[in-house]
Design a protein around this ligand. Structure first.
Ligand SMILES: Nc1ncnc2c1ncn2[C@@H]1O[C@H](COP(=O)(O)OP(=O)(O)OP(=O)(O)O)[C@@H](O)[C@H]1O
Length: 319
């Protein structure tokens, strides 16, 4: 696979008054051009820390992030600004991510002005074109964010992210704050835009039904580490990691039109301040052995595109 984004051994540690939190621990993955890779896991497992470290919006504490062949972590701030054009982010909450004092024309136009130097009618034309791409019209140019619904605001955020003509979008729970019917419309819009512009997506979500609908591959995270990764259709029909199995069992349906947020699994999640020596999932795992409690399993290939970090992976029909 020819990777557009290649992350190797990424680390992110937060020093706190009571100790160090390893939010991202030795995470490696690739995203190919045009591919959608999803990152799922319970709250606090480190998904946002990965997204922010990829863009170096927070500094990472180890590892490399190559985008289009260049190591993002070794660039100067100025060089990084250039690169952020190619790798953009859309945040979860369209109510807080858009400046309430700016008109849509300026929200979408600002990056076009500062980066491409557009002004006057050329700028207005380009903004109108980006708005059209996300299903909004010229009549919206002069309006402020509070005049729009949640779904429309997320469309504006997407138009802004696409204004710089990036090759990849990081989508951090892009539909979580929206009504279910609107979620489906935004997901379909993202798919359309992906096909039109050949975009890659890193799609961060709590919602497995949404992931099933939009992603090619999925990475399941638990306490800072990837515990299973591979094609969505394989993993969702026959999960190999007991944690993935438990996540899938906790949702009633893989229909993206149903509200399918992850529910809390039984058993206590270990404190990120003092992780156990062995597998971090062992205390919640029905299959855990003494080996699991003492030796942390590595993420090993199960088949060409499928990897799992478990001493006792669940055997599926394909095995
Ligand atoms: N600025 C910070 N200072 C200290 N700890 C932090 C900070 N940001 C995140 N953490 C901790 O790092 C861990 C990973 O958090 P992160 O927000 O990346 O997880 P997440 O999977 O994105 O969660 P959510 O789905 O709730 O957004 C958590 O234990 C969290 O409490």
């Amino acid at each position: 696979m020819n990777a557009l984004l290649s992350v190797k051994n990424l680390q992110k540690v937060y020093p706190t008054k009571v100790g160090m939190i390893k939010a991202v621990d030795d995470v490696s993955f690739d995203v190919a051009a045009g591919e959608t890779v999803a990152l799922v896991g319970e709250s606090g497992c480190g998904k946002s820390s990965i997204a922010l470290s990829l863009l170096q919006l927070i500094s990472s504490d180890g590892g490399t992030v190559h985008f289009d062949g260049t190591d993002f972590t070794s660039l100067s701030d100025q060089q990084r600004q250039q690169f952020r054009k190619k790798l953009s982010i859309v945040f979860q909450n369209p109510f807080s991510s858009l400046n309430p004092k700016m008109r849509v024309r300026d929200i979408v136009g600002e990056p076009l002005k500062t980066v491409f130097g557009l002004k006057g009618s050329k700028l207005e034309e380009r903004v109108a074109q980006h708005l059209r791409d996300v299903g909004l019209g010229r009549e919206h140019l002069k309006r402020y964010p509070h005049e729009f619904s949640g779904g429309q605001r997320q469309r504006i955020a997407i138009a802004r992210a696409l204004a710089l003509e990036p090759r990849m979008l990081i989508l951090d729970e892009p539909t979580a704050a929206l009504d279910v019917s609107v979620q489906a419309q935004v997901l379909n819009l993202l798919k359309e835009l992906q096909a039109k512009h050949g975009l890659s997506f890193l799609f961060i979500s709590h919602n497995l039904a949404t992931v099933n609908y939009i992603a090619d591959r999925v990475m399941v995270m638990y306490l800072g580490r990837i515990v299973e990764s591979g094609p969505v259709h394989s993993i969702f029909s026959s999960p190999a990691h007991p944690y993935t199995q438990a996540l899938l069992a906790s949702i009633p349906s893989l229909d993206p039109l149903k509200k399918n947020q992850l529910v809390a699994l039984s058993g206590e999640v270990p404190s990120p301040l003092s992780l156990p020596a062995g597998c971090a999932f062992a205390n919640r795992c029905p299959y855990a052995s003494d080996l699991c409690r003492t030796l942390r399993p590595d993420l090993l290939s199960k088949s060409e595109a499928w990897a799992v970090a478990c001493h006792h992976p669940i055997q599926g029909e394909e095995d």
